[in-house]
Design a protein. Structure first.
Length: 152
């Protein structure tokens, strides 16, 4: 594990809040020069602590008013490879994330839909027809608060 000092933690917290800010702007907030800030960010990237910077879209603004977390249990383990399931589910545009988990279900999916009837269509026609798909449990997202994580 890479040793993180207070400045590294502040950089990570600031980037979690807004990853689009420049090294210069971030450095000004933290009292560092742009080159020093950039060197720290590059070190955090090359060490694997920063895995990338992702754009988060507002699903509501795009017309996707429903977010559902699906627990999916594979019906025929051994007959369908995990890679086949992951490849097939990743091709569904409404599926935002695919997480292989340990517990009651094998996978946790984050699915967006325009409304509940649209979600039902996605579930019946796309997800339940996937290779190996078995039992599912749906949890509809009511609200969400993004937290900075364990680095703050």
């Amino acid at each position: 594990m890479t040793d993180l000092d207070d400045l590294d933690r502040k950089i990570l917290c600031a980037l979690v809040q807004d990853s689009s800010q420049s090294a210069g702007a971030l450095g000004r907030k933290l009292g560092l020069s742009q080159p020093a800030t950039w060197r720290r960010i590059r070190r955090l990237e090359t060490s694997g602590i920063i895995k990338g910077r992702r754009l988060r879209l507002n699903a509501d603004a795009l017309g996707f008013g429903v977010t559902v977390f699906l627990g999916v249990k594979l019906a025929r383990k051994g007959q369908v490879s995990l890679e086949d399931f992951e490849r097939a589910v990743s091709a569904i545009p409404e599926v935002q994330t695919v997480e292989h988990v340990l517990g009651l279900y094998d996978y946790r999916l984050r699915v967006v839909a325009r409304d509940l009837s649209d979600f039902e269509r996605v579930l019946r026609r796309r997800i339940m027809t996937l290779p190996g798909a078995g039992d599912v449990e749906a949890n509809v997202l009511l609200s969400e608060e993004r937290l900075p994580g364990p680095i703050g």
